[in-house]
Design a protein around this ligand. Structure first.
Ligand code: SAM
Ligand code: SF4
Ligand code: SF4
Length: 339
């Protein structure tokens, strides 16, 4: 039986983001800076990771509470061995109607076909620059733009639907906004610009490094006119714009300047089985122990329900109100782009 649980702010639980590994082959400065995630950093040992069976079992429990969309992420999800098997297992769970994966794309060329055959619907590929030198620096490991482009090509050939993510940091890659927009418009892949966020504790976040989405829209609009389009569904994180006179679009994920907590329907499961109510939560609830201690599906379901029903997190909205220099939502409407 499927039932829709809601939190204290009446937000339904609809999406589950599953991190399948804490490891990554990149060292993006804004996420896993090499100084901190160095050779001595201790990643989770295999036995602490949820097994594919455990992930699938939890997925089925989550779907019984309203989840229909699954996103596989990490770390870099393609660092987890045999990922297509997990996709195949999740695909068989009743109630799952969409499976997506976020990846840095560097290993995608090798795996795209198998992932699609296993039942993956969509990939979001992260790429922050088309300039090889800048990209190599940003990913911290000298990976080439061509490594990612080959992955995107393979994903398209396999028939996966593709979106692109670009984190924009002022003074780091803001000069790449227009080249990226032009390139992915031509490739017909929606590019989503993400405001640099203060995730984790180590990325040295500063407000002046955030390029507000309104500025990005204005910049692109001056060269390639844009018009706003309606969200596809309740809780969509990106605001969307279409290039006038075409089908191609861009998205803006404005978690800093225009928080979207009021429609946030996403739960996050870490690689070691902790459930987080918010990207910025500091404490997660352990689901691995109940799984391994022999609790029944019904008991675990009640545990998850209780956690969601108590949920009151809305970090980005609070940050918006508490950060001096941030203009509040009502003032950052993007209407100055010509509409
Ligand atoms: N490794 C995969 C990747 O990079 O696509 C999946 C995990 S990564 C943590 C998921 C997304 O978060 C990526 O698109 C990445 O660019 C974005 N991200 C990471 N740190 C960020 C930050 N500080 N601000 C905004 N977005 C960030
Ligand atoms: Fe790795 Fe993705 Fe984080 Fe970059 S953003 S370090 S690719 S997990
Ligand atoms: Fe959701 Fe937390 Fe992000 Fe707000 S800050 S949109 S509650 S994940």
């Amino acid at each position: 039986m499927i039932e829709q649980v809601r939190d204290t702010l009446n937000r339904p639980l609809r999406d589950l983001r599953i991190s399948v590994t804490d490891k990554c082959n990149f060292r993006c400065q804004y996420c896993m800076p090499a100084e901190i995630f160095g050779p001595d950093f201790e990643f989770l040992p295999q036995h602490k990771l949820l097994s594919f069976e455990e992930i699938t079992r939890l997925t089925a429990i989550f779907t019984s509470l309203g989840v229909g969309k699954i996103r596989i992420t990490g770390g870099e999800p393609l660092m987890r061995k045999d990922l297509p098997s997990l996709i195949r297992m999740i695909r068989q769970v009743e109630g799952v109607h969409d499976i997506a994966m976020t990846t840095n794309g560097s290993l995608l060329a090798r795996h795209a076909k198998a992932l699609k055959e296993a039942g993956l619907d969509r990939v979001t590929v992260s790429l922050d620059s088309l300039d090889d030198e800048r990209f190599g620096k940003m990913n911290g490991r000298g990976y080439h733009v061509s490594d990612v482009l080959k992955g995107i090509e393979a994903a398209a050939e396999a028939g996966l639907s593709i979106k692109m993510n670009m984190v924009v940091q002022r003074g780091v890659n803001d000069q790449d906004i227009l080249p990226m927009a032009r390139y992915f418009r031509e490739q017909k892949h929606t590019l989503r610009f993400i405001e640099f966020m203060d995730v984790g504790n180590s990325n040295g976040w500063k407000l002046d490094q955030v390029v507000p989405s309104s500025e990005i829209v204005k910049m692109i609009h001056e060269e390639m006119p844009l018009e706003p389009i309606d969200p596809n569904y309740y809780g969509e994180v990106a605001s969307r714009y279409r290039y006038v006179g075409s089908e191609e679009e861009i998205g803006l994920i404005s978690s800093v300047t225009q928080a979207f907590c009021s429609t946030c329907t996403r739960a996050r499961l870490s690689a070691e089985g902790k459930l987080y109510n918010c990207l910025f939560a500091s404490i997660g609830s352990d689901l691995r122990a109940p799984l391994r201690d022999g609790q029944s599906d019904e008991e675990i379901r009640e545990l998850i329900r209780e956690i969601w029903e108590k949920r009151d997190e809305r970090y980005s909205e609070i940050r918006l109100n508490d950060t001096p220099g941030l203009v509040k939502r009502s003032k950052v409407e993007m209407s100055h782009i010509g509409g």
